[in-house]
Design a binder for this molecule. Structure first.
Ligand SMILES: [Mn+2]
Length: 450
């Protein structure tokens, strides 16, 4: 099928045309665009901003540190100017977003995460309400742009980077999600071959099933991750006086936007060629060096401080506890694969728990199978923490079957208290496992019992 036909089919099947229609009268209007500060969110934001501008509107982009859009933040931003529409991109599909729709003429959510609760009132594009199609918000933004008759090679590239950032395309191991195949064949292969070609070079954070090959795409996406703080606000302001006032998420977005007018991808052979073409090579090089150092240090910490806590079905659950550990989730994906080698036939769920410098606790899960649903685990953990300590604005959790996060941030919940709730959840899982209580097991994300 042609990519355009695929897009049309998806819009018809999912009733997304209303969302597309809502862009058509955006001329001279002001749009407030919240997008996630990870590579997918940044690239999705750049595509959506361009789309608003293509229709003659103006978009103000915000990259808040919390994943879900907090009502207080939304209200504060809306009070600063008069906006006709809000777009929330790659920031979850959350039931309580429905409570925001009356704050503005149009409230649009574009997202690929499995929903938390039910969204009925928002203008929504999300293919993962029922099933699960591996993709990215950058790709959904690109589909929307394509449906509306816009696009460019640069937008194809941005969609690709977001897909890489969220693991939907893995050119180093020849794995491309079914949901993006038509796009990949038509727009990427034959055009961006120098970017998706396998090369022997430093393995990136994306090389966790093998470490032999990478691609320039993997390297560029990792670089955007490093520069933008990766959605985890891994910032280097305190390391270097020259970086002390830098807003890294904004720098990453600005670099992505600036490259639209300097897109010499054909001449890119190495990551350094790419960096040289960006709008701020010196700062980018500096941040990337800090990132690589942190990465190596975290891998060393994992190998010294990880232990097996329980085996559920054929999934070995291992736990790491650390204090102020940078890059934990990404390095955890690579370490998770080392654990898998040790576990032999068994699958692995690696749970990392980090005491954050700001006082919060960060739980990060990486799995080699969907046997225990990481996203359900984290949303259950967050729900229990909220039930006990309140503060829904600070405590959040959720994610994909293989990768998920839960953070307590500034909720004031201590490390010990958070760990108690975590241990309670693990104990309830053990009980459900022993009793074979299917309903309870399903609720707890123990999908291996299905
Ligand atoms: Mn995403």
């Amino acid at each position: 099928m042609s990519y355009e036909n695929f897009v049309k089919e998806q819009f018809d099947k999912n009733n997304w045309s209303a969302v597309a229609e809502s862009f058509k009268d955006i001329k001279d209007k002001k749009v407030l665009l919240f997008t996630h500060d990870d590579p997918d969110g940044l690239t999705a934001g750049a595509i959506l901003k361009k789309l608003v501008e293509d229709f003659g509107g103006k978009a103000v982009v915000k990259l808040p540190p919390t994943y879900e859009l907090d009502e207080g933040l939304l209200d504060r931003e809306l009070a600063k100017d008069s906006y006709d529409a809000v777009i929330v991109s790659d920031k979850g599909t959350v039931g309580y977003y429905d409570e925001y729709v009356n704050k503005v003429d149009k409230f649009i959510v574009i997202d690929h995460h499995p929903p938390i609760g039910e969204v009925k009132e928002c203008l929504l594009i999300n293919p993962n309400i029922k099933g699960y199609y591996s993709c990215s918000t950058s790709y959904l933004a690109h589909m929307l742009m394509t449906y509306l008759g816009y696009g460019s090679k640069y937008d194809d590239f941005l969609a690709l980077v977001g897909l890489k950032g969220d693991w939907a395309v893995k050119p180093a191991v020849d794995e491309i999600s079914d949901y993006v195949k038509d796009f990949y064949k038509e727009r990427i292969e034959g055009t961006f071959d120098n970017i998706i070609k396998k090369i022997r070079s430093r393995p990136t954070m994306f090389e966790f099933v093998q470490r032999e090959y990478t691609t320039l795409l993997n390297q560029i996406t990792e670089l955007y991750f490093a520069v933008g703080g990766g959605g985890f606000q891994y910032f280097y302001n305190d390391r270097d006086r020259e970086l002390s006032k830098l807003d890294q998420a904004k720098l990453s977005f600005d670099v992505i936007e600036a490259q639209r007018n300097n897109f010499n991808f054909i001449s890119w052979k190495t990551l350094e060629d790419f960096i040289t073409d960006t709008s701020d090579p010196a700062t980018i090089r500096k941040i990337f060096e800090y990132f690589k150092n942190d990465w190596d240090n975290t891998m060393k910490l994992f190998s010294g401080n990880t232990s097996l806590i329980h085996t559920f079905g054929s999934t070995d659950v291992s736990k790491f506890e650390g204090d102020n550990v940078p890059l934990m989730p990404m390095a955890g994906s690579v370490y998770n694969n080392e654990l898998k080698i040790k576990s032999g036939k068994n699958e692995v769920l690696f749970i990392m728990i980090n005491k954050e410098p700001g006082g919060g606790v960060h739980f990060s899960l990486r799995a080699t199978s969907g046997g225990i649903h990481s996203g359900k685990f984290c949303s259950n953990l967050a729900r229990r923490l909220v039930e006990k300590f309140n503060n829904r604005d600070e405590i959040t959790g959720g994610g994909h079957p293989f990768a998920a996060e839960c953070k307590t941030r500034k909720s004031g919940v201590s490390y010990e208290e958070a760990l108690k709730v975590f241990n309670g959840l693990i104990n309830d899982m053990k009980k459900a496992d022993e009793s074979g209580n299917r309903q309870k097991a399903e609720e707890l994300g123990m999908d291996y019992l299905k």
